[in-house]
Design a protein around this ligand. Structure first.
Ligand code: KIV
Ligand code: ZN
Length: 519
């Protein structure tokens, strides 16, 4: 246990796993640049531990963990490893350059996992724990051990496993609710039992890691904290496998807003929450649900007359925290077609973007184009435009030109020119509607037939001149990827979102340990 943890008994450490468990969410793959951007903001906003990936999973994962480690400032950088010697060595190598690194190794402990996935006896797993934690401790001082599917493990056996991990040198013990099965009272008791009864428990930090299958991830995490856990594993926007992980912003704001009921604190700069939510949503191409607590579009919107009346008289009538405390600024009319480079740069800085020269230049050209076409340009328009620009910067296949004909009861045709690695490719294709014709034309041009899993259109702001924000999710050979684009023209946005997703299919990702990735 760190000396700070010993002295500050009420401090809760935030372990962010957006880049590992979050990125495992189908379709949420991020590029290296996006991961680095997310890691930097997590580090700057006070996240204590960043789980940057699963180094053995692929060369891409290894490179991401290693690069995040090299650039880390204050945060501990963790790399995940199964209870396999090669995984542990690879994780150690990936975090080698971190200012402070951690190996996070896990093994299943529940009867169902032991019987069907591991095909090992309880005693064999106990031996594996001792061996692998010892191996990790010989490589680094900071070792976290996780009991996968802990909440479906008989508590007596779980206690023996935790004891073995502590004896072998684990410094953090994580008790995951891998399948989101726990309920708060039960989770509280589980942590109480482990912390009070396992020999050596006072020497380590206990950690919660809750999945949201029953919508209880945050409640269970907080129950763990009340019982003595001092590390919470969570993700931005609750991103993660299936129904996701506990949402970082919800944990942090619950602890802050209800400090009277839960007298614990974190080191997170809460005014960064809205910004990091937007950046992760754009990077992972995962829209945030409108009524999502803390960071949803409607989280601070008051629609009913009674509520609006109360808000005008005193905001505290219906607001338990201020939008400003999570970094939400009032929507303002920002700029028009006469705004120059300096004003645009200032606005970007205010919205939290620092673009390189080329990216700034391209974003400025698109802003001017948008301002020519759209009467009012709002903050939301600029955010959509920049996220789109950044998210498609490395795309190998780009839209050059498109013409769509759509006749009632008649033909729907798309003439399309793409640039594929700099080479022009032109095709014509018909469809049952305009979007179908566009997507068919793209498939013809790239010579591949991914399956369309999701197509969603939303307005960035109100009004018929609003930019259309389009999300597309594609599946090819079991891999799911997402893409997005924002444009005043819905059809152009659709084509660009499809291409953005397709480009992500082209990013190489090894299959090595994918099957073993945990929830
Ligand atoms: O949910 C889980 O059990 C995990 C472990 C790898 C910690 O993600
Ligand atoms: Zn998990």
């Amino acid at each position: 246990m760190t000396s700070e943890a010993t002295t500050n008994k009420d401090r809760v450490y935030i372990f962010d796993t957006t880049l590992r468990d979050g990125e495992q969410s189908p379709g949420a793959t991020m590029t290296l640049e996006e991961k680095l951007q997310v890691a930097e903001i997590l580090d700057d906003m006070g996240v204590d531990i960043i789980e940057a990936g699963f180094p053995i999973a692929s060369n891409g994962d290894f490179e991401a963990v290693s690069e995040v480690a090299k650039r880390s400032k204050r945060a501990v950088i963790a790399g995940l490893a199964r209870a396999i010697p090669a995984d542990i060595d690879r994780a150690a190598e990936a975090i080698r350059h971190a200012k402070r690194g951690r190996i996070h190794t896990f093994v299943s402990t529940s009867p169902i996992h032991l019987a069907h996935q591991m095909r090992k006896s309880q005693d064999e797993v106990l031996e594996i724990i001792t061996k692998t934690v010892t191996q990790a401790r010989n490589l680094i001082d900071d070792v976290e051990w996780s009991a996968m599917d802990a909440t479906r493990t008989p508590v007596e056996y779980l206690m023996r496993c935790v004891e073995a991990a502590i004896k072998a040198g684990a410094t953090t013990i994580n008790v995951p609710d891998t399948v989101g099965y726990a309920v708060p009272e039960e989770h509280f008791s589980l942590f109480k039992t482990l912390i009070e009864k396992v020999p050596g428990a006072d020497k380590v930090i206990f950690s919660t890691h809750c999945h949201n299958d029953l919508g209880l991830a945050v409640a269970n995490s907080l129950a763990g904290v009340r019982a003595g856990a001092r590390q919470v594993e969570c993700t931005i926007n609750g991103l993660g496998e299936r129904a996701g992980n506990a949402a970082l912003e919800e944990i942090v704001m619950a602890l802050r807003t209800r400090a009277d009921a839960m007298p614990y604190y974190t080191n997170i700069e809460t005014t960064e929450l809205a910004r990091v939510s937007k950046i992760v949503s754009a990077a992972a191409n995962f829209p945030v649900q409108y009524n999502k607590a803390i960071v949803g579009k409607n989280a601070f919107a008051h629609e009913s007359g009674i509520h609006q009346d109360g808000m005008l008289k005193n905001a505290e009538t219906y607001e338990i925290m201020t939008p400003a405390s999570v970094g939400i600024k009032a929507t303002v009319l920002v700029m028009g077609k006469h705004s120059g480079r300096a004003a645009f740069k200032d606005k970007l800085r205010e919205l939290g973007y620092e673009l390189g020269d080329n990216a700034f230049q391209e974003a400025f050209v698109r802003f001017k184009d948008l301002a020519d076409r759209k009467k009012h340009v709002y903050d939301a328009d600029i955010i959509a435009l920049v996220d789109d620009e950044v998210g498609s910067a490395g795309d190998r296949i780009k839209l050059v030109n498109m013409e769509v004909i759509s006749k009632t009861g008649g033909v729907h045709r798309c003439d399309l020119t793409l640039s594929v690695d700099g080479e022009p490719v032109s095709v014509r294709f018909d469809g049952t509607g305009s979007v179908d014709a566009i997507f068919n034309a793209i498939k013809e041009a790239v010579g591949s037939q991914p399956h369309l899993v999701l197509y969603a259109v939303d307005g960035v702001t109100g009004g018929t001149d609003a930019q259309a924000s389009v999300h597309v999710r594609l599946e090819l050979n079991g891999r799911i990827v997402s893409g997005q684009a924002a444009e005043p023209d819905t059809l152009v946005a659709s084509a660009r979102a499809y291409l953005n997703a397709y480009n992500r299919l082209l990013i190489e990702r090894g299959a090595a340990a994918q099957g073993a990735l945990a929830g």
